[in-house]
Structure formats: structure tokens, C-alpha cells
Design a protein. Structure first.
Length: 405
């Protein structure tokens, strides 16, 4: 039986909860229920269950809770299980692990994974009061917080399909891998992302850049434009010729705030030499350079890769070879492209004649999933980011309508 105030009478939708606990025994469950009642916490979920139950529960709700308590009892590989949990858990969640082993080595490993504290049974309400601060909405012990990753996509030239690839990657990570994604369009005068997603721009990006001194979770949440429950967009549409003054380092502070609340922050970088683009490269861990099979793209890829990699943060740069147009004579062959650039292409993205264009022009994101070869390439890029094994057999099975057991 669970103590769950997250449902309203007459509805079946799950709303966000502040406090979630899955434990392995009745005594611990009763202590947690007493703690919840003592603090009169309105939105809670306390029940008996395993880490698999936690993962299933978090996959169903739109937002992860503020506090998450998990019992490691019965877990043969707790670090591996917590790694799986991190895939569905937002970086801002404060996780407290519960166990029966008073193991310093385990405690240190848990802290490295981003767990805020480790409590050894038996639990008491007093111990929970020392560990959690409900009024301040935080776990009292100071530990290294887990943050999301910043990923940048930039084109070697215009028209190579950066926004198409970046948006579909964001949709894949949000819809298929259940990550929470922030998509940031760095074209301050208006990129294509909003029309492709059929959403309206609120000039949130320039607003944040000019007001970094007042950044807080509530202000950030009001500024983002949501597309579904796991994808949020930050963009601007300044008038042409309008200036956009903001302090140096403003983008860095915006990205830090986003990484505290999202698994991945995807940057759509439009102009190589713009100060905002340079700051983006300085604050990202991974850059995908998108090129097409043209001589100009070969030359610009070489210059751009040197520009990106010559930085103190040493971001990992990878090449994506896209085919935004139908095959024509005179294009650079992939093998010649690799020889000229002097490094391998991570993935080659095939030309998609119909489905992607329909998705872009109608603002219907689901159309892209009917483009099997294109979708397969996006899934492979997503697997490269998340570290999950890409299953080449899966798209074929899906086309045949066969479900794997």
C-alpha cells in the first residue's frame, strides 16, 4: 500500500510529486510515512518496491520529484542499477539511497554517481530530519551535484541540415530515451526551430542573457517554451538590425542553470564567428560538425574543427556527413571527403525525400519517424551520446512489425 497524494479524484493523470520513496520493508515504509505526516507534505508517494519499480514509476510522470529515496536492499549491482535510474531521473532530483551495509567504499561510489546521501537501516524520523530539509527543499549534506551535458551542432556551411538533425535528435532523446532536453537556438534573429516544432517564440533566450543576475528555477521555467513534457525550447526573434547587448559570460551562466534541470542541453549554433557561438564552444563537452559532400564544406570543416578544438575546455568534435539534397553528379565521394579532412566521419546521414520535409513544413514532429533510414541515423547519434548500444537489428524488426521479447 502506498501513501500517494498525487492523484485527484476523477482523473487518471499522474502529476508531479515532491517526495518519492521506494523501500524494501514495512518498517522503513512506516518510518517514511510518519516523516511525511510530521512535515505535512502534500504530494508524496511512499511504497514498497525495487529499483525497477522506481524506473517504471518515473517513466510515467512528466516531472521527476524533488526528493527520491531508494532502497538498495536486494540489488546485486547497486551502482549499475543507479546508472539505469539516472537515465529516467532529471539531474535536479536529490537522491538519497538506503541500505543495510555500513560500507564506506559504497558510500563514496554513490556520491560519485550524484547520490546526495546514504542512510543505513534502521531508519528513524530523527535521522531523516537531520538528512532532509523540507523547508529549504534540499538534502543537508553537501555533495557533488549531478549536472546534464551541453551538446553543440554546427554546420560547415549554410543549408547542410543542422537544425533538422539537431531537432530530430532532441525529439528522439526526449520521446524515446525519456531524457529531459533543452533546445537552444543561438540564432538571435530567428532560426527555423520554432516553425519546425509549430511553437511560438517568446524571445526567452535574449531575456535570460540580459538578466543572468536574476536566474532562478522559477524564472527559467517561465521563460522556456515546452514541446511535450520533456522537450523545452529557448530562442529569440529579434528584429533585423536590432542590437542584442549582453555581458560576456552570460551564455555560460544560462547553460549552467539549464544543466541543473536537463539531461542534455542541445545548442543549434548558426554563425561560427559570432561571440555567442564562441562562448558556446567554450562551454560544451561535445560538438557535432555537420557537413555535406561539397568541396567548400571540406575546406570549411577543416577550419571549423581547428577553431573548435583549440580551446581550453577541449571539447570532443565529431563529423556528421549529411545529404540534405538528392544525389547529383559532381558531389565529393565519402571516401574522398574523409581523406581530405584527415579524420573519419562518425555517421553518414542519408537523403530523405519526403517524410522529413513534411514534418518540417507542417510542424508535425511525428512524421520524421516514418523516415526509416533517416530515423536510424538519428538513433545512432543518440546512442553515441547516451552510451547505449545501438541495435542495428531493431529498425528492421520494427518495419516488419515484430516485437522483441
Amino acid at each position: 500500500m502506498s501513501t500517494d497524494f498525487s492523484f485527484r479524484k476523477g482523473t487518471t493523470a499522474v502529476r508531479a510529486v515532491d517526495f518519492v520513496a521506494f523501500v524494501g520493508d514495512r518498517d522503513t515504509e512506516q518510518v517514511l510515512k510518519s516523516y511525511v505526516l510530521e512535515h505535512a507534505m502534500p504530494h508524496t508517494h511512499v511504497t514498497i518496491g525495487s529499483i525497477d519499480d522506481v524506473i517504471a514509476y518515473l517513466s510515467k510522470i512528466q516531472r521527476s520529484p524533488l526528493f527520491l529515496l531508494i532502497d538498495l536492499h536486494g540489488s546485486a549491482m547497486p551502482l549499475s542499477d543507479l546508472g539505469r535510474l539516472a537515465e529516467v531521473c532529471e539531474p535536479s532530483v536529490q537522491v538519497v539511497a538506503i541500505g543495510e551495509r555500513n560500507d564506506v567504499g559504497l558510500f563514496r561510489n554513490l556520491l560519485k554517481l550524484g547520490v546526495r546521501d546514504y542512510l543505513v537501516k534502521p531508519l528513524t524520523v530523527e535521522l531523516l530530519n537531520r538528512t532532509l530539509s523540507v523547508s529549504e527543499q534540499k538534502v543537508n549534506p553537501v555533495a557533488q551535484t549531478r549536472a546534464g551535458k551541453t551538446i553543440a551542432l554546427v554546420g560547415s556551411r549554410g543549408g547542410v541540415g543542422v537544425t533538422t538533425i539537431a531537432l530530430n535528435l532532441a525529439l528522439h532523446l526526449a520521446d524515446d530515451t525519456h531524457r529531459r532536453i533543452a533546445y537552444v537556438d543561438l540564432n538571435l534573429h530567428g532560426g527555423a526551430a520554432n516553425s519546425m516544432l509549430d511553437i511560438h517564440c517568446n524571445n526567452g533566450l535574449i531575456d535570460l542573457l540580459q538578466n543572468v543576475h536574476r536566474l532562478d528555477p522559477q524564472y527559467l521555467e517561465r521563460t522556456l517554451v515546452g514541446k511535450g513534457s520533456r522537450l523545452c525550447v529557448l530562442s529569440s526573434e529579434l528584429d533585423y538590425g536590432a542590437t542584442s547587448p549582453f555581458e560576456p559570460g552570460a551564455l555560460k551562466r544560462v547553460l549552467e542553470a539549464l544543466r541543473d534541470n536537463f539531461h542534455y542541453v542541445i545548442l543549434d549554433v548558426s554563425k561560427h564567428a559570432h561571440p555567442l557561438s564562441s562562448e558556446a564552444f567554450d562551454n560544451t563537452s561535445r560538438v557535432y560538425v555537420v557537413a555535406d559532400r561539397s568541396v567548400h564544406s571540406v575546406r570549411e570543416s577543416l577550419r571549423l574543427l581547428r577553431y573548435i578544438e583549440d580551446r581550453d575546455n577541449n571539447p570532443t568534435a565529431s563529423l556528421l556527413l549529411n545529404s540534405p539534397n538528392a544525389a547529383t553528379a559532381g558531389k565529393v565521394r565519402p571516401a574522398d571527403f574523409v581523406t581530405a579532412v584527415g579524420r573519419p566521419v562518425l555517421f553518414e546521414i542519408p537523403y530523405e525525400a519526403k517524410a522529413v520535409s513534411i514534418a518540417e513544413n507542417l510542424g508535425e514532429a511525428h512524421f520524421w519517424k516514418s523516415a526509416n533510414d533517416f530515423r536510424q541515423a538519428i538513433v545512432r547519434i543518440g546512442s553515441d551520446l547516451t552510451g547505449q548500444r545501438w541495435d542495428a537489428e531493431r529498425p528492421l524488426l520494427e518495419r516488419l512489425g515484430i516485437r522483441r521479447r
